[in-house]
Design a binder for this molecule. Structure first.
Ligand code: BT5
Length: 256
């Protein structure tokens, strides 16, 4: 993956109050994750649109105007416990900000989707371009309509404006999410991930029947949440208990 420069350079990064975040804002980029790739920790990139927004496995992420397309650089030791928890800790931050703004029935879908009433409102994509830091890509539908660009998304997506008469500006929403992310991520970095677990596990709507694709073998059973090491906990239909490393799990499908 090559890192890129935006079509129109932002003049300077805006310092976000006392949070320590620096926010670079652009009109249009390929992907905010690629722009953030060369930045230092606690720098973030927001763009009004992305021409090559990405999901996992090189899936396309529709990034039409009116949505929040944000990438935040955070410090992390590769393969540490905190590293394995990063998608969940970031998802927690996004969920809590959206909940406080008034989005109802929020839940996480393993590993990186945020749903409201089973419709996707946000997706996260973690990249690592350099040792010691990760890029947390966060897409949130705010007032945009991705289903207009991709008809397959009809009925499967929702947006902040469906619930909140006057959503915050995209810059303000970026700031709120960055502040929440820093708070949750610092807790994980300090080795206190266990403190976040009840908040993360409350977001799966447990118990939940699932099918887990281990890149070939399929396990069926009850999803029991995650543990403090970031492992997915599953009790299969033969009553066997599994602690699955995140990288073992290609897909977790709800079956209820
Ligand atoms: C994700 O991937 O959900 C991660 C999306 C991350 C997007 C952010 S935006 C800022 C940063 N820069 C990037 O280039 N990416 C990150 P995944 O779980 O693979 O889901 C992708 C699937 O979500 C697609 O195949 C569609 O089905 C669906 N999708 C695409 N655009 C969507 C949208 N705007 N809202 C809801 N669902 C969408």
């Amino acid at each position: 993956m090559t890192t890129e420069f935006p079509s129109k350079a932002a003049a300077t990064a805006r310092v976000l109050g006392s949070s320590g975040w620096h926010l670079w804002e652009y009109d249009e980029v390929t992907s905010t994750n690629l722009i953030a790739a060369t930045l230092e920790p606690w720098h973030a990139v927001r763009a009004d649109t992305q021409t090559a927004g990405r999901g996992r496995f090189q899936r396309q992420w529709v990034s039409d105007p009116g949505g929040l397309w944000l990438s935040a650089v955070v410090p992390v030791e590769t393969n540490s416990t905190a590293w394995r928890l990063l998608p969940l800790v970031a998802g927690l931050a996004v969920c809590e900000v959206l909940r406080d703004l008034g989005v109802p029935n929020l839940r996480l879908r393993w590993p990186n989707d945020v749903l409201s009433d089973n419709r996707k409102i946000s997706g996260l994509l973690i990249d690592q371009f350099r040792a010691g830091r990760a890029v947390v890509g966060i897409g949130v539908n705010v007032a945009n309509h991705p289903e207009v660009r991709d008809g397959k998304l009809n009925g499967a997506v929702t947006r902040l404006a469906d619930f909140v008469a006057t959503p915050p500006s995209l810059s303000d929403l970026a700031e709120q999410i960055l502040i929440a992310l820093k708070a949750t991520w610092k807790t994980a970095l300090d080795g206190d991930a266990a403190q976040l677990l009840p908040r993360i596990n409350a977001l799966w709507n447990l118990p939940r029947r699932v099918e887990v694709d281990l890149d070939g073998p399929i396990l069926r059973g009850d999803f029991r949440g995650v543990d403090a090491a970031g492992r997915l906990l599953l009790c299969d239909d033969s009553n066997r208990f599994h602690q699955l490393e995140p990288q073992e799990v290609r897909l977790l499908r709800d079956t209820d």
